[in-house]
Design a protein around this ligand. Structure first.
Ligand SMILES: Nc1ncnc2c1ncn2[C@@H]1O[C@H](COP(=O)(O)OP(=O)(O)OP(=O)(O)O)[C@@H](O)[C@H]1O
Ligand SMILES: [Mg+2]
Length: 422
């Protein structure tokens, strides 16, 4: 047994695969629950289930048991599973929640007509309309301080998700450390057509050569500025405007995921994301050093104040695994687990220190491609699997078109006016 294993908490690799109930925090208010549910979209109607009036009732007990009553258009719609999973997942992300129950009801004819009016109203009101579909899962990769491996985590997770046959957008919003294009091996100015910017594309073959490959689409702040001195002149507000533009003016196409490499230190970009894409979730990258966790916890705190769910913690630069199999905790240990515990979210994985991560980044081929079965490649692929299979799975759209047709058929007049107030 390696020295690291003997010191690890249970399970042996120290990675928490459960959903922690969270620390003994005060339960959220029904308003808090509604605010976080703002981030659950109806994938067909492209608007929040709260704005659409589908959240009929929210109750929270003193013990933190949350019940959400969702009114569906048709009780049998396959989308109900998707909506329930999203509601449960978002609510569980709030501190102080011990249990979540989702109850369904079916809308009356009047309610359905009202819903369609709201859907149209929301469609017009939401300005500016982004190019990111309601079916795209958005994950912001953030850290308390620079140099912890945020960009390495972003490009490797994006590549590992694409290797599963998915289409993944990467928005490099870190103006102070735009390294994503180099790490993914793309360069040159972005082209455009029809007034929209076209992202760079990287085809990703499937790991092990089985199944379909996927695609990574990249846009970077680095394409806007020539050097870091120019970057220093940017301020939070300008930066968040640029991010807004990348969300509205880039022809992203259909994406399963959008990963955003976040700039450290400013809340403006996060607030812009929360406003434009309220379904955004946040992944916090940290190092194993216990002393580093206070700044990292601040990031999680900031996310929650914008009502963004914190999906989990990734610890990078964990023990170095020597060729003889021994583990060496060069940057300390326990930081990821401690942060995850404090914030009340799962520790999704620990990426070991491995020269291949850095050489892969320099060569423009992320380690999940250059050495998928090595310790770091494996750790990244396991985190991607957990995201895609459990925590934030791609939105399944099959079998619901009948519902749209039915809804269209049940709308009597083309212009029913603005929605009734609650
Ligand atoms: N697990 C790892 N093993 C070895 N080297 C790593 C690992 N993770 C990151 N690195 C290296 O550490 C350096 C910093 O990583 P990266 O650029 O991903 O961090 P960052 O948090 O995005 O930094 P910045 O704040 O500058 O944007 C890079 O040279 C990268 O190759
Ligand atoms: Mg970076």
């Amino acid at each position: 047994m390696s020295p690291d294993e003997t010191m690890s908490p249970s399970p042996a690799d120290g990675v928490d695969r459960s959903h922690p109930a969270g620390p003994a925090a005060t339960p959220p208010s029904p308003d808090d629950v509604r605010r976080i549910l703002q981030g659950v979209s109806d994938p067909e109607l492209h608007a929040s289930i709260v704005d659409l009036g589908m959240v009929r009732d929210v109750s929270v007990t003193a013990g933190g048991a949350v019940a959400v009553h969702v009114a569906l258009t048709t009780a049998g719609c396959p989308l109900r599973t998707q909506i329930r999973q999203d509601v449960e997942s978002k609510v569980r992300g709030l501190p102080g929640v011990a249990d979540v129950r989702v109850e369904y009801g079916e809308m009356t004819g009047d309610e359905k007509r009202d819903l369609m009016a709201r859907a149209r109203w929301e469609g017009r009101r939401r300005a500016p309309e982004t190019e990111i579909a309601a079916t795209t899962r958005v994950l912001a990769v953030a850290s308390g301080k620079g140099g912890v491996g945020k960009s390495s985590v972003t490009v490797n997770l994006a590549t590992a998700l694409a290797a599963r046959g998915l289409t993944v957008g990467v928005l490099d919003a870190d103006i102070w450390g735009f390294s994503v294009p180099r790490m993914l091996g793309v360069e040159g100015r972005l082209g455009g057509a029809d007034g929209k910017i076209r992202p760079h594309e990287v085809e990703v073959p499937p790991t092990g050569g089985r199944g379909p490959g996927g695609l990574v689409k990249v846009v970077s702040m680095g394409f806007l500025v020539d050097d870091e001195d120019t970057a220093l002149m940017w301020r939070g507000l300008v930066l968040s405007k640029a991010v807004e533009q990348f969300l509205t003016d880039v022809a992203w196409g259909e994406l399963d995921y959008l990963l955003v490499d976040m700039p450290p230190g400013t809340g403006d970009v996060q607030m812009a994301l929360a406003r434009l894409l309220p379904s955004t979730e946040v992944l916090v990258v940290t190092t194993p050093a216990l002393a580093a966790q206070r700044v990292a916890a601040r990031v999680a705190d900031m996310a929650r104040r914008s009502y963004l769910k914190v999906t989990g913690v990734v610890e990078n630069l964990s023990s170095f695994v020597a060729p003889d199999g021994s583990h060496h905790a060069i940057f300390g240990e326990g930081g990821g687990a401690a942060l995850a515990r404090d914030v009340g979210v799962p520790l999704l994985g620990r990426i070991p220190i491995e020269p291949a991560v850095s050489t892969g980044g320099d060569a423009g081929i992320p380690v999940v491609r250059s050495d998928p079965l090595g310790p770091a490649g494996t750790a990244f692929r396991e985190i991607a699997a957990r995201i895609a299979e459990e925590l934030l799975p791609p939105v399944e759209m099959s079998g619901c078109t009948a519902r749209i047709l039915e809804l269209a058929g049940s709308t009597p007049s083309p212009s029913p006016g603005p929605p009734r107030p609650d």
